[in-house]
Design a protein around this ligand. Structure first.
Ligand SMILES: [Fe+2]
Length: 354
């Protein structure tokens, strides 16, 4: 490789960390109330080229984590005051620190500690006295894993940012996504869906129209009716959205919502013209929320319909064969009975639902 002056620049050699541009030195926090125990770990890890930080108690460790954002924590279990398990629990419950691997230092054959450690969210265990090679191998593996997880987390965040950018580009939608997320969660709970299904509904709220990023302004922002060609272009958004999200394994559960949220019960929807229960269930659930929100929100071309009118329109569409009658009945019950959902509460305050 040549720099600007023409001299050869030798790239530093380093182990593969999952990201070819990631050359940052990893930081390890060693937490132990015994200075002599910390000394051994610090010496071994420093030789391996890590930046090593120390904490002598659980509370100091938590403060250090916030301040220094380490890549891994070696955590003694038995400490006066807050023990290692509690430190780990707190770290794993916090979104900002949950991805930092925690390795518990336990006595050999301490089965009970290992079980509690797993329940507290610990990632691995090491026994004292340290085996230099074992310590080195585990730390290297966990740091690499942490960076891969962070990359994945960042990739998800990028998709959510794109979805927000798409929403802000479309003057028709306002805070549509935020409302979909709230109502999606409440209706998912009403239907007693699993946690994973509710998470997919919530993600669907943000990501269902991400494919609009590939729709030209002339079509997306058109005020009047679409020509057949423009309609064809607009309908592509479900396929573009699927393509954007497909490479991420964590998006698999939300892809049926992205691809199928414009199908109709009688097969007259797009992109696949699926009929009845061949339409993925979460896409059916999501579609009702999407339509209800569009009807009950003000748009540049229409006023907000009150819930009773919105449900009436949805009933008319169901009579035409477009929606799942059983699910529509459940949605009506949800709108009528949900008192805790702030959005629905707002609407019911404005107008009584027939
Ligand atoms: Fe859509």
């Amino acid at each position: 490789m040549l720099n600007l002056s023409g001299a050869t620049v030798v790239s530093p050699t380093r182990s593969f960390s999952g990201n070819l541009f990631d050359t940052e030195q990893a930081k390890i926090l060693v937490v132990d109330d015994h200075p002599s125990s910390r000394l051994t770990a610090v010496a071994l890890l420093s030789v391996e080229g890590y930046e090593v930080l120390e904490a002598d108690s659980g509370s100091t460790a938590l403060a250090q984590v916030v301040e220094t954002n380490p890549d891994l924590i070696l955590l003694d279990v038995m400490m006066p005051g807050m023990d290692g398990f509690e430190v780990c629990r707190r770290l794993k419950q916090d979104d900002a620190t949950r991805l930092i691997p925690v390795v518990f230092i336990t006595a050999l054959n301490d089965r009970r500690s290992r079980i509690i450690g797993i329940e507290a969210g610990g990632d691995d265990f090491l026994t004292k006295p340290f085996d230099r090679l074992e310590l080195s191998a585990r730390v290297r593996y966990l740091v690499r894993q942490k960076r891969l997880n962070e990359d994945l987390d960042h990739a998800e965040q990028v998709l959510f940012s794109i979805a927000r950018a798409v929403e802000s580009r479309d003057p028709n939608t306002g805070d549509h996504c935020e409302r979909l997320v709230e109502v999606g969660k409440a209706f998912g709970e009403f239907l007693q869906l699993s946690r994973a299904e509710i998470r997919n509904l919530i993600w669907g709220g943000y990501l269902h129209d991400i494919g609009k990023v590939g729709i030209p302004d002339a079509v997306l922002l058109k005020a009047g009716k679409f020509t057949p060609e423009e309609r064809e272009i607009m309908n592509q958004h479900v396929l573009i959205g699927e393509k954007i999200c497909k490479p991420l394994r964590t998006m698999q559960g939300v892809i049926p919502i992205i691809r199928h949220h414009h199908e109709r019960w009688d097969g007259s929807g797009y992109p696949d013209g699926l009929m009845g229960d061949r339409i993925p269930f979460l896409a059916q659930v999501f579609q009702i929320i999407d339509i209800y929100d569009a009807l009950t929100s003000e748009r540049p071309y229409k006023l907000a319909f009150p819930p009773a009118k919105a449900l009436e329109i949805i009933d008319e569409e169901t009579a035409k064969g477009w929606r799942n009658p059983k699910l529509i009945k459940q949605f009506r019950e949800f709108v009528l009975t949900t008192q805790t959902n702030a959005i629905v509460k707002n609407f019911t305050a404005q107008s009584s639902v027939a």
